[in-house]
Structure formats: C-alpha cells, structure tokens
Design a protein around this ligand. Sequence first.
Ligand SMILES: Cc1cc2nc3c(=O)[nH]c(=O)nc-3n(C[C@H](O)[C@H](O)[C@H](O)COP(=O)(O)O)c2cc1C
Length: 196
Amino acid sequence: MTAAPRSFLFLLGSARTGGNTEALARAAAEHLAPGTSQRWIHLGELGLPPFTDRRHTGDGITPFAEGAEQIVQDATLAATDIVIASPLYWYSVSGPVKNYLDHWSGWLRVPGLDFKARMAGRRLWGVTVRGDHDPAAAVPLAGTLRLTAEYLKMDWRGVLLGYGSRPGDVDRDESARAAAKTFFDGARAETPDILY
Ligand SMILES: Cc1cc2nc3c(=O)[nH]c(=O)nc-3n(C[C@H](O)[C@H](O)[C@H](O)COP(=O)(O)O)c2cc1C
C-alpha cells in the first residue's frame, strides 16, 4: 500500500532573511522524499497582522480570514506537516511565530472552519538555532511547541536544534547537520523533544 502524499509547510520565523534557522530547515528539507510537496512562508515578509483576542467581545466569533491571514490559514490547513522554523528568541519562539500561533486561537472560533478537528493528526515539527552554547536553552521553545501540538491532538515530531549566531554559522555545527539528514524521515521509535 502506498503512503498518503505528504505536504510540508515551512514557516520561517526569523526577524531577518537568510539566517541560520532557515539554512538548517533547508538542509533538513533536502532529505525529504522526492516529490514531497514543500511550501515556504516567511512570516515576517507575509505581513500577518497582530492577533486580536475577540473571545469575549460581542458574539465572540472570529471573522473569516482575509489577506495575509487567509494565505497562511489556507496553507496551514493544506499541509500534512507543519514545520515551525523559529530562531531561539528569549528561550522561546520568535514574535512572528508567536503571533501566528496566537492566530490559531482565533481560528478555533471561526464558524464552520472546524480548525481543531482538522488539525488533529497533522504532524508538527520544530527547527531552531540558538546562540547559547548550552542546548538546554531551547527546552522552553520545545515545550511550547510540544504542548501546542498536544492541545490540538497533533502528532508531535520534535525539534531539530542548531548552534550559531551570524548567518552561516550553523553550517559549521556538525551534529546539527548530521541530525538534519534524518530529521524528517520519522524512523525514530520515540520522539525526543530536541534532536541535536
Ligand atoms: C531578539 C533575539 C533574542 C535572542 N534570544 C536568544 C536566546 O534566548 N537564547 C539563545 O541561545 N540565543 C538567542 N538569540 C540568538 C539567536 O538565537 C541566534 O543568533 C540565531 O542564530 C538567530 O537565528 P537566525 O540566524 O535564523 O535569525 C537571540 C537573538 C535575537 C535577535
């Protein structure tokens, strides 16, 4: 029996382009099975508006998405695999990624979108690069993503972690480059929060 086709959505969360996190995510993506669909969205360039919490305003309903929000919402719901490629900022995900995840809270309340039920079972992955020597600095980021996946009954697949500060640094992180080769192959018996 052939496996169902996979489609990966890479959400780039750095506040710059061409950084280490994107480089590590692209290195891992090179090892996806041939023909696997990939879509890459740089959240900062997309111009996703700040999330507004309407839960307790009026009828509490989130209006239908439009513009940049609709683009990323459609891409999210079209993907079997969502990859949060966020640099480590203050021990967690970057602002653009946090804003994107905050929008999920609104999407849970769009009539007819069925966001929670449709997200269940999709895979959630993380890729991050930190400037701290200690890999434990990324534990809060991994916890944020794991708990988010669990809340939506998604299939949590762990975080690929690299080390670097200036763009290009992560290319010299041998263990991250090695882990990138098999990160997406899903052959692990268990999913550790962090792979490095
Ligand atoms: C706003 C900001 C916050 C940061 N916070 C942390 C941090 O908490 N821990 C850490 O190890 N590195 C931190 N760094 C360093 C970045 O994680 C590191 O430079 C990384 O390579 C940036 O990813 P990028 O190259 O993909 O942009 C921070 C950098 C910035 C700009």
